[in-house]
Design a protein around this ligand. Sequence first.
Ligand code: CTP
Length: 426
Amino acid sequence: MNIVVGITGGIAAYKAVNVIRGLVLRGHDVHVVATEHALKFVGRPTLEAISRNTVSTDLYDGVAQVRHVAIGQAADLIVIAPATANTIAKLAAGLADDLLGNTVLASRAPLVIAPAMHTEMWQNPATVANVATLRSRGVHLVGPVSGQLTGSDSGVGRMAEPDEIVAAALEVAAGAGAGADTGAGAATAPERPGAGDGAPRIRDLEGRRVLVTAGGTREPLDPVRYLGNRSSGKQGVAIAAAARDRGAHVTLIAAHVEVGLPEGVDVVRVETAAELLAATTVAAPENDLTVMAAAVSDYRPVSVSDSKIKKTATGERLTLELVQNPDILATISAGPRDGRLVVGFAAETADTREELLELGRAKIARKGCDFLVVNGVGWSTGFATESNTVLVLDAAGDIVVEASGSKTSVADGILGVFAAALSGAP
Ligand code: CTP
C-alpha cells in the first residue's frame, strides 16, 4: 500500500519514527509529510532513512508535479501521528495552509489520526467539538491514552503506542478495501472509506456497559390488536452493534423491531411501554450509557378487552379512551446518575432546520437527559429507511455533532461523542 504518514509538531513526533518503521517492515511504501514544526522535534535524515523516501514539507516543492494534491491522490491510507490540537482544529475546518492539509483534502483514502496533547487541551470544548466533527466524517482515532505527559503532569492525552497505531491503521485500511459503506446522506460529503458498515472500529467503549432501547412499543387493545408506530428499530439496533464493536458490553432492550438482532449483545424482549419502563429502570443504573432509541407509545388504551372487540357490538363509530404512558427517558434522567450518561432521541416532523432545533431544545430541557439525537421524520423519512440524518444536542441545547449516512455510520458518528463524554471530556 502507498501510505502517507503525516507528522505534526508535538514532542510525540519522535515516536512517529516507529510508526513509519512498523509500516515499512510490513512491506508498505511510506511517504512522510512533516510540518515545519514536526521537524523541530525529529530530524529529516532520520525520517528519510527509516521511510526510505524523501520527506515532503514545503507546499512549494514539486509544483511542476502538482505535488500539493498528488501525494494525497496517490495515497491508499493516511496516518497522522502525532495529531496536535492545532492539527485537529485545522482538519475539522478543512484548512489547506500547509502540505499536510492539502494532502488530506486531496485524498479519498481512509484517515487515521493519533492525537497527542495535554489533558486540558484534549478536554477543551473546542477540541471536543473538532474531534466530534472529524468522527462524524469517518475519521478514525487511535487514542489518546492516559499516562505520563511531557513535563510532570499525567492524564489523558498521551499518544497511543506506535504498534497500536500501526495495527489500527492497517485494520482500517483492510476494512475500507472490503467495500465499506460510503453513506447515503444527500446533503453531506461522501464519507471516507472505512467509516461505514463492516469497518473495524476504534474501541473507545472498552470496559463500558451500554444499554440501548430500540423499536416501537405496542399497546394491546384486545388479544389481536394493538396501537403501534412505524419504527423499525434499525437505528437502535445499529447503535447496539456499533457499541459492541467499540468494545462495550451491550444490553439491548428490543420492543418491536423489523431487523435481525445483533450477536454478542444481551437481549431483553418487551412489548409495551410499561414493560419497557420496568426493564429500563432496572438496567439503566447498571450501565455507563443508556441510549433511548425506542419509539415509545405515548398513550395506551385505558382498558384492554379480554376478547376480540366485535364491530357488531361497537357499531358505526368506535371511540378509544387512552391514558398517557410514563415518560421513561425523563424518569431515568431524573434518577441518581453518578456520572452515567443518558441519551434520548427525538423524532420530529419539522418544516425547517430552525423549527427542528427549537423542538429539540425544548425536548432536551423537558427530558433532562445529557444528549438528544434529533432527526426529522415524515411519511418517507426517518422511520424504516436505510439511512438517517441526525444532529446531537447537548444539555445546553448546543449542537455537538451532525451525522448523516447509513444507520451504522450514524451510530458510529454519535457514539464517538458519548464515548468522549464518558472519558471525561466536558
Ligand atoms: N420516550 C420515553 N417515554 C415515553 C415517550 C418517549 O422514554 N413515554 C423517549 C423516547 O425513547 C425518546 C424520547 O423520549 O428517546 C423522545 O421521544 P418522542 O416521542 O420524540 O417525545 P415525546 O416525549 O413523546 O414528545 P412528543 O411526542 O410530544 O414530541
